[in-house]
Design a protein around this ligand. Sequence first.
Ligand code: R5P
Length: 305
Amino acid sequence: MRTLNELVVIPGPNAASLSKSIALLSGAALSNVHRKIFPDGEIYVRLEHIYLNKPHRALIVSSMYPNQASSFLETMLLIDASKRHGASEVIALIPYIAFSRQDKVFLSGEPISIEVILKGLYLSGASHLITADIHNPKSLREFPGTFTNVMVSDILVRESLKYVDNPIILAPDIGALERASFAAKKHGLDFDYLVKTRDKASGEVTYEPREVNLSGRNIVIVDDIISTGGTIAESTKVCLSRGALSIVVVATHSLFVGGARDRIINAGVKKIITTNTVPVIKDEAVEVIDISERLVEAIRELTES
Ligand code: R5P
């Protein structure tokens, strides 16, 4: 394995373990970050590494869940500190980018939150952004620097094949179709999507299956985010009511808000397979796949090109 010379991994919020793994796999140096919260609640960070004030490239590794707002701010502070202390280039590796679902104005008066996040990262000094399976890849066009969106649904679907034979890969809505079809095509599997309708004012969601015969088939539902688990639980119920044999869920970012995990399992899901883009606790129903290697591939493509 080639070493990424002078690349320093800076561990950002919620990413201590991921940062270690990225540094180990890439051969890059791992910085220490001294952080504290002032009595009035303000965040303080200070970088501690041997390349400080010497030429290097900084790789800030952050996950923006939990504590999305403060994680965003801390990431920007780390980017700024790197730029001020020798980093010729700052790459932000943020596998889970929060606020990505507010990617357009749904109701008059709303902001486009993801644009604020992307511009904030750039203005702080990040010239390249690497993310994993962002909610809407088109959002990244608003990042003024260069960017990489690492797809991982194929890794998750490959893992799902340990539990189900010849499944249909199903997106719970058309927005998730690209990541479902990407994985399905890699593994030579059928794919389809459910038609999801959300009432803009009440937020109530209904699902209608397309003209796909789910009867007697194993299903792997592919999504980017599990938050409350509502989308997956409702999709599962639709599949089972149409005669599906078994349901496995693969999702890149499992926030598991409240009782999301139980809600999904109680709806009839056999297994949830997810990644380590956010901290997740694994158990008998939840399998966590480390995607560090794929992230390191993206770093190498960027830094060795
Ligand atoms: C929505 O478009 C996303 O892709 C996810 O399906 C959604 O955010 C999941 O949220 P929840 O788990 O709360 O239904």
